[in-house]
Design a binder for this molecule. Structure first.
Ligand code: GAF
Length: 382
């Protein structure tokens, strides 16, 4: 799949612009646990996957730069002298965003042509946008020898998301996509923007993603609002971020908070603890605890943080009734996208069939099912 993606992009680049100078692959990500903790300076446990974006780029003498989105068969040309967010720009804003944020750092770029294509389902909570941002910044860094570190690059990608796509996201997605390691997940400390890699082997259980095909739109104010709530509560608690808060401390200001805001802050404090407990369970090969923590995380996201939807709740509810599944939860920003499930490999086939049928009956539409491999982060393709 990956190889095909890369060769398609190279072929198209040759057809449109001639020779590729730099070729990059940048993956999407899953997240085992630690949702909505990243912008609270907390912990999270993501991994890069074997689905992503392939991008080819080369310099050009032309007066404009051009990006070609192969999957959409759309092209966009722009002047480097006038880089600003577009209204409803879609994929264009991720490219403009990276260019614009590099320019804000005083970095001068020459004109370029690029072609990209991807196989991360859009709106599935698997970070197709972070993969695109990272592929662009990584490719430009190489093409123009900018000497940026990987940490500098992911911060550019994150700013592109904030200022050009309007989503005030944390750093998890860009980090996982850049730093992912084969067969491993990264226990991330989002305050120091660093991680420890853990080899992941759930033995007889396999990771399975089930996409509700409900497209979430993170720029919808719901995501940004939650971030604001967290910031407001940490200010009231006089701590730098909710990572530094305790349940006891939160209880002390409960009567000054709306119940829904109290619940959201409580969720973040508890989810941070769950990430630590999950890590210990991974170290001890304690699959039962791993599964229970996944279910608890979902309950928190659905009832306290309120970022789930009927389809996601249905899938997790169904998983709970199945002997094949040891744990499941919604994954990513929420309001649609995927659930992540740990399914017994002997029952994988049956479970897939059962859940697809049940979903179809309940919502009169199809869900999609993916197996993923934990893979390395953004890299140059020879
Ligand atoms: C989205 C955001 F982009 C991440 O930063 C993170 O907050 C996630 O939602 C929720 O954990 O993917």
């Amino acid at each position: 799949m990956k190889i095909k993606l890369i060769s398609n992009v190279k072929k198209k680049f040759k057809e449109l612009y001639n020779k590729t100078e730099v070729m990059v692959f940048s993956p999407g990500r899953i997240n085992l646990i630690g949702e909505h903790t990243d912008y609270n300076d907390g912990y999270t446990f993501p991994a890069a996957i074997n689905k992503g974006i392939a991008l080819a780029i080369a310099k050009t003498d032309k007066e404009t730069s051009t990006a070609f989105a192969l999957d959409k068969d759309e092209s966009y040309s722009f002047s480097l002298k006038e880089v600003k967010p577009l209204n409803k720009g879609g994929w264009r804003n991720y490219i403009l965003g990276v260019v614009g944020e590099l320019q804000k750092k005083g970095i001068e770029l020459g004109n370029f042509n690029l072609v990209f294509s991807g196989n991360i389902p859009g709106g599935a909570g698997m970070s197709s946008s972070a993969a695109l941002e990272n592929s662009v910044v990584f490719a430009l860094n190489e093409l123009f020898q900018l000497n940026l570190s990987k940490n500098e690059m992911i911060l550019i990608s994150q700013k592109a998301e904030h200022n050009f796509a309007g989503v005030h996201c944390g750093i998890m997605d860009q980090y996982a996509s850049m730093f992912g390691e084969k067969k491993s997940a990264l226990l991330m400390d989002c305050r120091s923007i660093s991680s420890e890699a853990f080899q992941i082997d759930f033995k007889e259980y396999k990771l399975l993603l089930i996409n509700t095909n409900v497209k979430h739109n993170l720029s919808e104010s719901a995501y940004n609002n939650r971030r604001l709530v967290c910031e407001k509560v940490s200010e009231m608690l006089k701590v730098p971020a909710l990572r530094d808060a305790t349940e006891q401390g939160l209880m002390r200001i409960k009567n000054q908070l709306k119940e829904e805001d109290f619940q959201k802050a409580l969720y973040v404090i508890q989810e941070n603890k769950r990430v630590r407990a999950f890590t210990a369970a991974v170290e001890n090969n304690d699959i039962k605890t791993i599964g229970e923590l996944l279910y608890q995380s979902h309950e928190g996201l659905s009832e306290q943080y309120q970022v789930s939807c009927a389809e996601l709740d249905f899938l997790v509810g169904f998983a709970k009734t199945s002997s094949a599944v040891i744990g499941a939860r919604m994954m990513g920003g929420g309001f649609g996208g995927c659930t992540i499930n740990l399914v017994h490999k002997k029952q994988l086939k049956n479970f897939k069939k059962e859940v697809s049928q049940a979903f179809k009956e309940a919502f009169n539409k199809d869900c999609s099912i993916y197996k993923v491999k934990l893979s390395k982060g953004t890299y140059l393709v020879d």
